[in-house]
Design a protein around this ligand. Sequence first.
Ligand code: GLA
Ligand code: ZN
Length: 673
Amino acid sequence: MPDISPRGLTRLAFGGDYNPEQWPESVWQEDVRLMREAGVTMVSVGIFSWALLEPAPGEYDFGWLDRVIDLLHDHGIRVDLGTPTVVPPVWFYRAHPEALPVTAEGVRYEFGSRGAICHSNADYRAAAAAITTALAERYGDHPALAMWHVHNEYGVPVSACYCDSCAAHFRRWLADTYGTVDAVNEAWGTAFWGQRYTGFEQINPPRATPTVGNPGQALDYRRFADATVRENFRAERDLLHRLSPGVPVTTNFMTALSQCDSMDYWAWGREVDLVTNDHYLITDGRRTHVNLAMAADLTRSVAGGAPWLLLEHSTSGVNWQPRNPAKAPGEMARNSLAHVARGSEGAMFFQWRQSRRGAEKFHSAMLPHGGTDTRVWREVVELGASIDTLSALGGTRTEADVAMLWDWQSWWAQNLAWRPSEDHDPRERADSFYEALYDHHLTVDFAHPEADLSAYPLVVVPALYLMTQAAGDNLRRYAENGGTLVVSYFSGIVDEHDAVHEGACPGVLRDVLGLTVEEFSPLLKDERVRLTAPDGPALTGDVWSEFVVPRGAETVWTYADGLTAGRPAVTRHRTGRGTAWYVSTRLDAQGLDAVLARAAGDAGIAPRADLPRDVEVVRRSGTSGTYLFAVNHTAGDTEVPLDTPGTELLTGERAAGRLAVPAGAVRVVRLDG
Ligand code: GLA
Ligand code: ZN
């Protein structure tokens, strides 16, 4: 797994996207002076600069970028250099209009935004290779160069193209994957609705159809689109490795953004030298710091537990949501340091200086329109100092307590059309299970369903609809060997082709859970069911219920009303040396809490009752020591019990017994020993 730091960066990373081309050169001097004042250690440059760097085909103008990089270098600021392949110049599109992507409805996008790319297009691939080569030859051994930032946020705004070159590329991908067209027919179940193909040339992308198309085809197209984009990343990466040896190559992920689910980051994590992530607070009324923690945990997991880097977040509001609130005083620091707690080697932002023109001028920045006499700037300077103070913890790893299974491919499959209920949202279940664990102060590693789980006392499976036989076997082994499993409804239902596993549901989980599900019985909008237990509180479910038939499992909670009244709702199965819980309805937060508390008991995890739920406590450890982070998201002062005394790094004070964490503050204790 990748564990490579930006070259020459001796402190934690602090800085942001720097777009000097939006400003006259006279401003650049002020930029670098203020960067130093803020403690900036690295900036990302040139991500959108193709049109300036190559004003006409094959004609390069590197002068301005030379001056920018030299200036940064003179001021000791490391450079994360972009390959600008997310936004080809207009001359390219006018010469190659077919490089613009086409929607499933057949609409071809126009130039004038960014990310309008058909990743199968040979002319695009050639042009991207040419500009990447030119940049690598010019800057590959520049002393300021810390790492390469390939492209930008692959997968958005266009996750798949449906044009004719993609159709041809898809057929090649199918031939490579399946060998014969009969194997495709079998995998996609084309006997249904008479969709049988007799030659690869007949197969198209899943373009608009009058009603639901073939689910196997749709799922494979998502795999194909992801793999195609990855081919283009790999091509750039390999050029950079060859022409700029020793410099790590990354591309910025967006691991936990539900708006961006098109990349299989388990696969992507294996391709980059350093995992980097962008995270923005989604203001949908939920606790934003919980989603942030989840994103950070997921990113660390994609990096295989190794340190990673938060490459973008915001100092205050963004400008692309329906409503974009500013961050509260102190919130930016809490956000940044919560990422660091969960493994980030620093905190970077979009962007350094707030734009005056273009689509993102109302997006916050490190240096706002109002300049240095602003709250945001003062907080940026303070954060820069805090992050610098923490530099010794670079390279340490976050300690996790439990694992949650996560699989983008299952998510893709589950979101296809014609499911038992449109109210069931797999992402909602993942968020809710995560939140319940967060509220118990448990740090979560995410794991692929086929990964080795033996290190975790508790593994949670929130609605993992697509599960291979290998994944099912993995969970059975895990429980039999002493693990504790909690599985949500609608898990283990289909195989990798969206075909229902043979026999009763939940196919690959029947044995480990000790039950079968005879029928799904989704609930009507706003319908609720009550669950009762002889020795537990009454719980409430909505969205989903099931006719569960225990075949070895004991019933813990029973449906008290609804169509399934009197039948098992939550079950527990002792299997081998372990235990597998099953939850057959959508429990609210209180219900999840009750079930997870029982399961945690089976797993031997003692609940932490000594902390308010919005006080986050996370540990990083490694050769330089053990660091305890306490992030107080509440409006009240609090105290965190300390088993071991230590030195609080942000204040320099000794801490023993109880660590005082003022309202809204972060404390980081380097524990003695
Ligand atoms: C993304 C992009 C940036 C910028 C920010 C704004 O993360 O990578 O270029 O558009 O969003 O939030
Ligand atoms: Zn295309």
